[in-house]
Design a protein around this ligand. Structure first.
Ligand SMILES: *Cc1c(COP(=O)(O)O)cnc(C)c1O
Length: 393
């Protein structure tokens, strides 16, 4: 047997992530590996921190990438900020709120769940009720942009309610960062985590986080040690925040951090507001196209994410067969529904580098052809036409 090099096909990634990686990021990743304590590398890490503060719109000193995917950023927030015996209020309106509950319980704490229907935003009134019923709560956690449904919640209002009841906040911004307005300092978010593979146009595997001073104070006044050695921020901080005296903690994923740095330079060059506007504009055109095909959205317009479009599968259409055909004939990946939404919706991502005019038009054209072949009834050609009209309006 002889196994040779792996050469993946070139796909267009319009699912829930990973999304298309900017070629500049892939090129950065291929640059020579140097030592992670090399002064040149340390300077690049300092730049990365500044660029990340811009992306998060924060001046938090503890702002850095965790060397692992978004799920590790989630875990880092919980294991550092939650001690055994505490009560944490978790707002759930999709898959990722359920993972927050898992994290809380594995920290030896009690999770009070505030449930909203999948596809709805988190209801601030329900959070307020839970805060009143549980004055012992110390932390409120919620997902800003629920990737399982495509709903965005009003983070500013939820954080304010939590603070009114003396709770710190943990916010999942894996899908929202760079795709939807997000102001860590203005909104007073205490701990936030994200991922590189959604709207940052970077490869998967890095999780940026940021902690406010109040969050750092809580970490520093813990009565029990953080049960995770790798994610204990008091140790990681000495590495990332140590400047020239940086101590060895773990070997940084050197080339992955070149990629991350490059993706943040690209974001800085575009401007964060322009990135938000680009995601909104491309969503409008995709929406016009879907509506022309008679395809409707799961999420109400008032809380609909531009970067993750959940749309209902038309009557009588085999949703998995459509995705297979898109992948095989068009090299186009879109996402399936999760949990209660499995089989009912597709999740079409317009994230980061993938959020562009060409992808919108190609996706609509491909779906038009595949759905027409499968006997769906709509005016073929109308979707691309509607999207083109949206772009030129
Ligand atoms: C993708 C995602 C995660 C997990 O990120 P990984 O990099 O896959 O670990 C967490 N939360 C949300 C909202 C996500 O979309």
């Amino acid at each position: 047997m002889s196994i040779s090099s792996f050469h993946p096909p070139v796909r267009t990634l319009m699912g829930p992530g990973p999304s298309d990686v900017n070629p500049r990021v892939l090129e950065a990743m291929a640059r020579p590996t140097i030592g992670h304590l090399d002064p040149v590398f340390v300077d690049m890490m300092d730049e990365t921190k500044q660029l990340l503060q811009y992306a998060f719109q924060t001046s938090n000193a503890l702002t850095m990438p965790i060397s692992a995917p978004g799920s590790a950023g989630m875990e880092a927030c919980f294991v550092n900020l939650v001690e055994p015996g505490e009560t944490v209020i978790v707002c759930q309106n999709g898959v990722f709120g359920g993972r927050m509950k898992e994290n809380v319980e594995r920290c030896g704490a009690t999770a009070i769940m505030v449930q909203d229907d999948w596809g709805d935003a988190v209801d601030p009134a329900k959070l307020e009720e839970a805060l009143k019923a549980h004055p012992e709560a110390t932390v409120v956690a919620f997902v800003h942009a629920e990737t399982s449904t495509g709903a965005i919640s009003d983070a500013e209002t939820l954080v304010k309610l939590a603070h009114d009841h003396n709770c710190l906040t943990i916010v999942d911004a894996v899908t929202s960062l760079a795709g939807s307005p997000l102001m860590v300092d203005d909104w007073g978010i205490d701990a936030i985590y994200s991922g590189t593979q959604k709207c940052l146009s970077c490869t998967p595997g890095i999780s940026p986080i940021s902690f406010s001073q109040a969050a750092v104070d809580k970490v520093q006044s813990r009565k029990t040690p953080v049960q995770s050695w790798f994610l204990d921020l008091s140790l990681v901080m000495a590495y990332w925040g140590g400047g020239a005296k940086r101590a060895y903690h773990h070997t940084a994923p050197v080339n992955a951090l070149y990629a991350f740095h490059e993706s943040l330079v690209i974001l800085q060059d575009e401007g964060i507001e322009n990135s938000w506007a680009r995601h909104a504009k491309n969503h409008e055109a995709l929406k016009a196209g879907f509506e022309a095909m008679g395809i409707s959205f799961l999420v109400d317009e008032s809380c609909r994410l531009p970067q993750l479009n959940s749309v209902f599968v038309p009557e009588g259409i085999d949703e998995a067969a459509v995705r297979t055909e898109l992948l095989n004939s068009y090299n186009l990946e879109i996402g399936a529904g999760l949990g209660p939404m499995a089989g009912k919706i597709w999740r079409v991502g317009l994230m980061g580098f993938a959020s562009n005019e060409t992808n919108v038009l190609n996706c609509l054209g491909a779906m038009d052809a595949v759905l027409s072949d499968m006997g769906a009834k709509f005016d073929s050609g109308s979707a691309v036409k509607a999207a083109r009209a949206s772009f030129s309006s």
